[in-house]
Design a protein. Structure first.
Length: 308
């Protein structure tokens, strides 16, 4: 086998509740992910060493080509776990915004795990790939799974969520990313200033209101829109107040609701249907916003080309 291409989706956090900080310095999370139709493609080919190339970004310096890159680390983790003694060249074709709160790096890692597992014929199960992915980052297991799922712990313990219908999104991206650790630090400051406890009980799936899942099950975006929630966006707003203005502009343009995706700065605007989303996208472009269209849920990391 000389070439395997795998596609993995970006994500939106439909719900993100932030709990206490554990002994390792991470916040307990209760979140609901939805995989959306912005994809990363990873092409794996045999190599004596572990190498990487990236396309699809305006500024290549924003994507590391060394062990800071999750995809390269994923390949090395898989090789170590299976005893594979060769390397791989990974060609990453990016479409998910870099440092945009949509899990693009995690999608790369998930795609690399699936691609190398196929290329090297190591035969690991999906569950085993999930375990390896969880070592790399909290969002990697979801990029493997796709669909809609509840994430707990650090977001890496997944439970599929029952969902109906297709949700249409207008995504407002920003050329200047936000650092996830910086957003969490800003969130902690906001929470402390507001008098909320930082050491509250860790969140679990039941912290997501039942009304959220009831609305999700209807498949009706108008019923679901009021349920969108992201506690972490308070940290994003503190670092970049203009994000609040963007959400307000999106709603004024006809969106049902808007939310910061993960740690941001990408804004996800939920729309009534595809025609409404196209219309809102044009209105936001007229405001000089950088706009992408997407829908969800979509499947997780999967092979789209293999010469096996």
């Amino acid at each position: 086998m000389t070439r395997v291409r795998v596609r993995a989706p970006g994500k939106i956090n439909l719900f993100l509740g932030v709990g206490s900080i554990d002994g390792d310095g991470y916040h307990a999370l209760s979140t609901v992910f939805q995989a959306v139709s912005l994809y990363e493609d990873v092409i794996a080919t045999p190599s004596d060493d572990f190498t990487l190339s990236v396309s699809g970004v305006d500024d290549p310096s924003t994507v590391p080509l060394d062990d800071r890159n999750l995809a390269l680390r994923a390949a090395k983790v898989l090789a170590a776990a299976t005893g594979h003694d060769g390397g791989v060249h990974l060609e990453i074709r990016k479409s998910v915004p870099v440092a945009g709160g949509m899990g693009g790096g995690s999608a790369d890692a998930a795609a690399a795990l699936v691609a190398c597992n196929e290329l090297w014929r190591t035969g690991l199960s999906h569950d085993r790939l999930h375990e390896l992915g969880a070592r790399l980052g909290a969002d990697v297991p979801f990029a493997l799974a796709g669909g809609t799922a509840v994430g707990t712990g650090r977001g890496d313990v997944l439970t599929p969520a029952l969902a109906r219908g297709r949700y249409e999104w207008v995504l407002i991206t920003d050329d200047e990313g936000l650092s996830t650790p910086a957003v969490y630090r800003a969130f902690d400051v906001v929470r402390a200033e507001s008098g909320a406890r930082l050491a509250d009980d860790p969140l679990d799936p039941f912290e997501v209101p039942p009304s959220f899942f009831e609305a999700l099950l209807t498949g009706d975006p108008e019923q679901f829109a009021p349920c969108l929630r992201n506690q972490l966006e308070a940290g994003s707003f503190r670092l970049r107040p203009s994000l609040e203005d963007t959400i307000e502009a999106g709603v004024a343009a006809g969106a049902l609701a808007g939310i910061v995706s993960g740690s941001g700065p990408t804004i996800a605007l939920l729309c009534a249907d595809a025609r409404a989303a196209d219309r809102i996208a044009e209105r936001m472009r007229a405001r000089d916003c950088t706009v992408r269209r997407a829908y969800g849920p979509v499947r997780g990391a999967h092979i789209v080309e293999s010469d096996a």
